[in-house]
Design a protein around this ligand. Structure first.
Ligand SMILES: Cc1cc2nc3c(=O)[nH]c(=O)nc-3n(C[C@H](O)[C@H](O)[C@H](O)COP(=O)(O)OP(=O)(O)OC[C@H]3O[C@@H](n4cnc5c(N)ncnc54)[C@H](O)[C@@H]3O)c2cc1C
Length: 405
């Protein structure tokens, strides 16, 4: 029996992979980044229990390590798929693996590396070396060399410093051809490009960031290392505003609801309160959409003295002299126009499906539809926005479909 191919190593792809392997089938998992875990690994913590990203992922990484039926390849993408249900031929492209698997993550390469580059894990708000550990809980736990920034043999310092002979700067891109019975597409989501929402001034004001970036701002191992610092002057903001539906449910941007942003902002507000109990937080919303168990979050946030929920869409944000921001909205409940001055604003930008270069049925918003008749199974956020627990359930269902193909 041919293996199943899973494309995307986020929470859903990893779950599908272990579920398939544990019923006795071979699985090949590919991930375009140098590490597995997807968007969740960058979070500070995740609702509903506010556990760290290690919770849930760590156990799955252990299941991957222990299962001989799983082969996974990072820094890898699909180049071509041909064939049909039960009998696909797939061409995979792996970018050069300058650091080999015998890397012990001792860190000597990063110590001697003379090149600094934007740290992708912190969305470019901090710097890292061109030889770097992608993040503290990276799986696989090994260093990586950035192809674009590293000057390779012209420098060679990391090769000289590595006593395990784990670095090969002459490594080349690899193409592999595999045969699989079915394909699970778990390519997940990306954040909507906030620079497209002109009236919210994301591109022109440093102190306006997105909800996804905020995860790295509030994380204890993130941008401010246990402090929330606003980007313009590294001071701790005292007045923080959240702008819900930034581009979402808006015909000019994303006509749909991303399902997770309201609960994410409530989580963020509670995170801030835990760090700074006196901070003043306002969440501007159209409708608070929190389903199921996440309702508890709403109740918890409403009970906090310094968190105020304002029913009103923010129409405009303007930066003033001290880099503070003026948010303009209409308070629907009182009918009054509001101008609120904040030190920092977080835009709850929605999620869009990751782009994948395959000929698949997609809906008008580019999510992959369930209507594939060809042994290709979309899962979780590649098919519609959903939270982690729903993604995990969807991933288990996808595993069941994949082993029946
Ligand atoms: C601001 C924000 C906060 C959130 N907070 C929470 C929370 O607290 N709790 C909660 O339950 N949910 C939360 N969510 C939702 C959560 O992020 C998703 O439910 C979860 O990420 C879904 O996992 P996934 O595997 O489908 O997608 P992803 O996490 O996006 O993983 C997809 C993976 O596929 C890879 N990939 C993409 N394209 C390719 C390709 N062509 N080839 C190979 N690999 C590819 C990506 O690199 C990535 O690793 C939040 C969402 C947002 C926007």
């Amino acid at each position: 029996m041919k293996p199943v191919l899973v494309i995307g190593g986020g929470m859903s792809g990893v779950t599908t992979t272990v579920e398939i392997a544990e019923v006795g089938k071979e699985v090949i998992l590919i991930e375009k980044e140098p590490y597995l875990g997807g968007n969740v690994v960058k979070f500070n913590n995740y609702f509903p229990k506010l556990c760290p990203p290690t919770c849930g992922l760590e156990i799955n990484f252990k299941r991957i390590k222990q299962n001989p039926r799983i082969n996974y390849f990072t820094s890898t993408e699909v180049q071509e798929i041909s064939g049909e249900k039960g009998n696909f031929k797939v061409k995979l492209k792996t970018s050069p693996q300058y650091i080999k698997n015998n890397c012990t993550a001792c860190g000597k390469c990063a110590e001697v590396c003379p090149i600094e580059m934007p740290n992708e894990f912190n969305y470019g708000f901090t710097k890292t070396k061109a030889a770097y550990l992608p993040h503290e809980m990276a799986f696989p736990y090994k260093y990586h060399i950035n192809d674009e920034y590293c000057t390779k043999e012209a420098c060679n310092k990391c090769v000289e410093a590595c006593k395990y002979n784990a670095i090969d700067l002459s490594a080349k891109e690899e193409i592999k051809e595999i045969e699989v019975s079915s394909v699970v597409v778990a390519t997940g989501w990306e954040n909507y490009d906030a620079s497209k929402i002109d009236n919210l001034s994301y591109s022109t004001s440093k102190n306006i960031i997105t909800n996804v970036e905020f995860e790295r701002f509030i994380a204890s191992n993130g941008v401010g290392e246990n402090k929330l610092l606003r980007p313009s002057d590294n001071t701790e903001p005292k007045k923080i505003a959240f702008v819900q539906c930034a581009g979402s449910r808006d015909e000019n941007h994303l006509p749909y609801c991303s399902a997770v942003c309201c609960t994410a902002s409530l989580k963020h507000a509670i995170n801030i309160q835990e760090l700074y109990p006196k901070a003043e937080i306002k969440i501007f919303y159209i409708d608070m959409r929190v389903a199921g168990r996440n309702e508890d979050f709403l109740t918890k946030a409403q009970a906090k003295e310094n968190i105020e929920l304002v029913k009103g869409k923010v129409g405009k944000i303007t930066e003033i002299e001290n880099n503070n921001l003026i948010l303009e909205a209409e308070d629907i409940l009182s009918g009054k126009k509001i101008k609120y001055e904040a030190n920092m604003a977080i835009l709850a930008t929605g999620i869009v499906p990751s782009d994948i270069n395959l000929d698949l049925n997609k809906d008008q918003n580019h999510f992959i539809t369930d209507l594939q008749t060809n042994g290709i199974i979309p899962v979780a956020c590649s098919r519609k926005p959903m939270d982690v627990s729903t993604s995990v359930k969807d991933a288990t269902a996808a595993a069941l479909k994949a082993i029946q193909e």
